[in-house]
Write a protein that binds this ligand. Structure first.
Ligand code: NCD
Length: 322
């Protein structure tokens, strides 16, 4: 198995937030912070990855994630290629064959999204030494850059992680985002991570990840600083896990009224795409406490940080040195 962290403690690939030391997670956030200035400038580019080739390899559809990875690579001056492999059956030999061909085009980095858990690690195991792999979401397993952009957004609003109570609400069972968030938040030292969901939408081993479990939304939201809503991932559900969307909304949908038990300055997050009226009411999604669109913007800086850290681990990545 390919290690994502090398013997000097540097990030070689980014496949999961699980087991990543808090110090390295913090370094990703600090590096992202240094890039926010670049994004705000009228000339939005730094030459850190000039001459490098990044290939976005998406086996599953995506808008936010793919485009922000693409923008991040472009702002680092890399050449970017988007390969949309709109199929769910490509695996084994055919995936390997495709990799060999793309490697032959001298790619330096693959950004991989796939509907099977473990796909990004599989790619990392099969590429050459010099190629870096970033996981842009694999099955229900992990979505590490999403978790880091969420952590970045939380830190910008709330400062230190230690005093914070964070609630993750909804379809945790099918959510790679939730898993990566739990590992990242615990790694960064968040005071308390809660999950709030019906039993049918929680994995059996969830407590083992270091979270407090709630089944009631009102009591689960009590005194939290951050509320992260998850999309109901219908496309991943087998059988009837839920009575109906209307009933789901009645119990787990975030309305302004429900949000009242959280702290008065609590922020509301969602990785997108949002289902209005299913997991979140429009008044909350578009309301003053929502930071949902900031998450999207922050995705660029965080992805720039991760890209520059994995490819630039040889030449220290910071805007100042560019
Ligand atoms: C998430 C994903 O694809 O895992 N979206 C995203 O990356 N912004 C979550 C989801 O699809 O609900």
């Amino acid at each position: 198995m390919t290690e994502q962290i090398d013997s000097d403690g540097r990030l070689r690939h980014f496949l999961t937030t699980e087991g990543v030391p808090g110090e390295l997670l913090t370094r990703i956030l600090d590096t992202a912070e240094s890039f926010t200035g670049v994004i705000g400038k009228s000339v939005k580019k730094v030459p850190l990855l000039r001459g490098r080739t990044v290939i976005n390899l998406f086996f599953e559809s995506s808008t936010r994630t793919r485009t922000t990875f693409e923008l991040a690579a472009k702002r680092l001056s890399a050449d970017v290629l988007n390969v949309n492999v709109a199929t769910t059956t490509t695996k084994g030999e055919s995936l390997l064959d495709m990799l060999r061909n793309l490697e032959a085009m001298q790619a330096d980095m693959f950004v991989v999204r796939h509907n099977e858990s473990g796909a990004a690690a599989y790619v990392a195991d099969h590429v050459g030494e010099e190629v870096a792999v970033l996981n842009a979401g694999d099955g229900r397993h992990a979505h590490p850059t999403q978790a880091m952009l969420d952590a970045f957004t939380i830190r910008r609003h709330k400062g230190a992680f230690e005093p914070l109570r964070v609630a993750i609400v909804g379809d945790v069972l099918h959510s790679r985002v939730a898993r990566s968030q739990i590992h990242a938040l615990n790694g960064l030292g968040a005071g308390e991570v809660r999950v709030i969901a019906p039993r049918t939408l929680l994995p059996r081993d969830i407590e083992g990840l270091g979270v407090h479990v709630h089944h009631d939304l009102a009591s689960g939201l009590k005194d939290v600083d951050v509320v992260i809503m998850l999309r109901l991932q219908r496309e991943r559900m087998e059988g009837a896990l839920l009575p109906s969307e209307t009933e789901y909304y009645q119990h787990y949908g975030l309305s302004e009224e429900r949000l009242a038990t959280a702290k008065p300055d609590a922020i509301v997050m969602h990785p997108g795409p949002i289902n209005r009226g299913v997991e979140i009411d429009s008044a909350v999604a578009d309301g003053p406490r929502s930071v949902i669109l900031e998450q999207v913007t922050n995705g660029i800086a965080v992805r720039m940080a991760v890209m520059s850290m994995v490819l630039g681990s040889r030449a220290q990545a910071s805007v100042e040195e560019a």
